[in-house]
Design a protein around this ligand. Structure first.
Ligand code: HEM
Ligand code: HEM
Length: 184
């Protein structure tokens, strides 16, 4: 394997955005999955949900920023030893699905609250509703958002597992490329 200091990496901006998004997604899941530790209609429960909404909208903003950087031409650094062509294609499809997830989930959540007739609050600031009140649509969107949350576990769990597999078993540089260089 190539010496770690000479491995071509993603830019520091892309690396920071990746790991910040990772932390925010984990936190968004935790705040929603553990909301039931507080009874319904208590300030604790409302805080958990409000934090989930704000974190989710932050993920949307960061993902859009990341896509802009990506399409404006930052190439993915090469992996050594190079994986087979089909693995590149599979990784591209997998990453595209993750981007779709990171954009679709916040929009579906935002639309769920809007159709419910609830104000959508982003860190204390009310933002516009995406759609008008519609209880039936709201129920459907909520189910879709819940299903998306379950798909996310498989998608992101598989993604993390493959990254570790590449590092520990195939012993290539794909994970190191997503790590900041050690100082010095
Ligand atoms: C990547 C971002 C997001 C992820 C991964 C995510 C994931 C989840 C998960 C796992 C649940 C629990 C579903 C269940 O009950 O089993 C949930 C519920 C919910 N989320 Fe999200 N979400 C995201 C963003 C958002 C955003 C931005 C909003 C709104 C602005 C939102 C609004 C909701 C709503 C309304 C619920 C229903 C539960 C309730 O309020 O009691 N989500 N989300
Ligand atoms: C919430 C969790 C995560 C999300 C949303 C996420 C998202 C993404 C996305 C969208 C890319 C594509 C980057 C590009 O545009 O080229 C990517 C690449 C990558 N991720 Fe993650 N990731 C997560 C967790 C992890 C974890 C836990 C690991 C390591 C164990 C990891 C390792 C990597 C690596 C090595 C790449 C580069 C892969 C390649 O270019 O072939 N990710 N990630």
């Amino acid at each position: 394997m190539t010496g770690q200091s000479t491995v071509p990496r993603y830019s520091l901006t892309m690396i920071r955005l990746h790991w910040l998004t990772f932390l925010l997604v984990v936190a968004a899941y935790i705040f929603m999955e553990f909301r039931e530790i507080f009874p319904r209609n208590t300030p604790g429960r409302e805080f958990m949900k409000a934090t989930h909404y704000s974190l989710g909208l932050t993920i949307l903003g960061l993902t859009l920023a990341r896509l802009i950087i990506k399409v404006s031409g930052e190439p993915a650094p090469a992996i050594t030893p190079a994986p087979a062509a089909w693995q590149h294609t599979a990784a591209k499809i997998g990453h595209a699905l993750i981007y779709i997830f990171l954009i679709a989930m916040p929009f579906i959540g935002w639309a769920t609250l809007s159709t419910e007739g609830d104000a959508v609050i982003f860190y204390g600031l009310e933002i516009p509703s995406l759609l008008g009140p519609d209880k039936i649509l709201s129920g459907r969107l909520e189910e879709l958002h819940e299903l998306g949350g379950q798909i996310g576990y498989v998608l992101l769990g598989g993604h993390a597992l493959l990254a570790i597999l590449h590092h520990a078993v195939f012993k290539d540089t794909s994970l190191i490329r997503m790590m900041p260089k050690k100082a010095g």
